[in-house]
Design a binder for this molecule. Structure first.
Ligand code: HEM
Length: 440
């Protein structure tokens, strides 16, 4: 296994060489996840984390096998999300009182989609028209315009820090416009977005726990976001525009045959803003690095842009932004890979490891755009609860690379890259310096 620089900003976590060394969650671990997955696949694809279950006397289990993750995410009744299962087990309880102090996102889930049928309707009727595979197509011109604008800003400079000047601002600008927020509010929105993702980056352990002080600080900042969205909702109810929030204020939700309340809309907007930014940023960043490392592929895609979609899927398999985003709980005694997993355990779904399962993908660490069914990775999860924003993210990635490949003749890693990653459970490269040669 190759030596890598330690992530000094965090710790000197060393590359694991045996099972006892594997620790996916301690500071610095993110620099060696891929080496850790190889060990886990070979020796312990179901890894117990003592005392990390639904209560201290239950355990957590990291699942790494593709077949196990696929089974779990496709059966949300048997394997519900832990928090959701604790709060409400059925539709009646789930519809119980929504207190003003309750987080709007949780409140809107409880009131709009407490059952599997309503979960499906919520996606089909409320979010798909804006961010689903077909609905996202309406943003094609917006995305293309945004991509070109960002490229214009650095194409003649010869070198660019790709994360800050492309991968991060692209999804931020797109989602801001899709939701209907004014672009001049982007600095404030960025601050709120950072607060939203804080647990996934700075949270501790596999449950992304913040300290009480950090939680209080986060709550204060996010209250500002809630107040801001409330203002937007009020304004758009009175004077709707052509954007997602306006649409949510006007629509009669067919599944419940009623309009949406302000809290419900704020909850949907909160989820879109939380899910729609950093994830796509990480995907674009990894893709840029992979293309620099595979110049022959860069040339092939330039010559045949119809292969771009295959490339982005394969890149998302290899370097999933969501390495370990989701958890579920067991509602009865289960067994995975011969390991007994009692009821009340928390399952940490290691999407990034499932994507590298040698039993599912031959030569799993190879970038092979000719793989059969390249989109069957677990990066967006699978089944009824899979990512509702996959459509718009795929479109952003596809347009980004079709414009970049047309406008750039050569993409190389600039000297000085350290390839360090943020902590947490997402694969977030902190910065990526590229040399860019403008197309003739
Ligand atoms: C490369 C980009 C993205 C990746 C890898 C990704 C991945 C995921 C994953 C793995 C989940 C959890 C699913 C589960 O637990 O089964 C999820 C949930 C979610 N994602 Fe994404 N996502 C991406 C982009 C987006 C975008 C662009 C949006 C919004 C426009 C979005 C919105 C959401 C929401 C709202 C959820 C929560 C599920 C729900 O409320 O229905 N995501 N995503």
């Amino acid at each position: 296994m190759s030596e890598k620089p330690p992530n000094h900003a965090l710790s000197e976590m060393r590359c694991p060489v045996q099972l006892e060394d594997v620790d996916l969650f301690s500071p610095g671990a993110q620099e060696h996840w891929f080496e850790a997955y190889e060990i886990l696949h070979a020796e312990s694809p179901v890894l117990r984390i003592p005392g990390e279950g639904t209560s201290p006397d239950h355990d957590g289990f990291v699942l790494c096998k593709y077949e196990d993750l696929s089974r779990v995410v496709r059966d949300p009744v048997r394997f519900p999300p832990p928090r959701y299962a604790k709060r409400a087990r059925g539709p009646a309880a789930a519809r119980g009182p929504v207190t003003p102090r309750m987080n709007a996102m949780v409140a809107s889930i409880l009131s709009l989609r407490p059952t599997p049928e309503l979960w499906k309707a919520h996606r089909q009727q409320l979010t798909d028209p804006w961010v689903g595979p077909r609905g996202a197509q309406r943003h094609e011109a917006l995305i293309t315009r945004t991509v070109d604008l960002l490229i214009d800003a650095w194409i003649d400079e010869g070198e660019v820090e790709f994360v800050g000047r492309f991968a991060a601002p692209l999804p931020a600008r797109v989602m801001t416009t899709v939701l209907g927020f004014p672009l001049e509010d982007m600095p404030r929105l960025e601050r709120w977005s950072k607060a939203q993702v804080r647990p996934f980056i700075h949270g501790r352990g596999h449950r992304n726990l913040l300290s009480p002080e950090e939680e209080a600080e986060q709550a204060l900042v996010l209250q500002e976001f809630t107040d801001y969205v409330q203002e937007q909702v009020t304004r758009k109810r009175a004077e709707p525009g052509d954007d997602m929030i306006s649409d949510l204020t006007q629509v009669t939700y067919p599944a419940l045959d009623r309009k949406l309340s302000d809290v419900e809309i704020i909850g949907i907007v909160y989820a879109m803003h939380l899910g729609g930014l950093e994830t796509t940023q990480y995907a674009l960043t990894e893709q840029a690095r992979l293309l620099c490392e595979h110049p022959e592929l860069f040339g092939r895609l330039k010559g045949d842009p119809s292969q771009i979609r295959r490339f982005i899927e394969e890149a998302m398999r290899l370097r999933a932004p969501t390495q370990g985003l989701s958890t579920r709980m067991t509602t009865r005694d289960e067994e995975f890979q011969g390991v007994p997993v009692p009821a009340g355990s928390v399952l940490h779904l290691r999407f990034g490891a499932a994507n590298l399962d040698p039993e599912e993908f031959a030569c799993p660490h190879a970038l092979d755009v000719d793989r059969k069914s390249p989109a069957r990775h677990m990066t967006f999860s699978q089944g009824p609860r899979s990512c509702p924003g996959a459509g718009i993210s795929r479109l952003e990635q596809t347009i980004a690379w079709s414009r970049l490949l047309e406008r750039v003749d050569r993409l190389e890693l600039a000297p000085g890259n350290r390839f360090l990653h943020q902590p947490g459970i997402m694969l977030g490269t902190l910065e990526l310096r590229l040399r860019v040669t403008r197309a003739g």
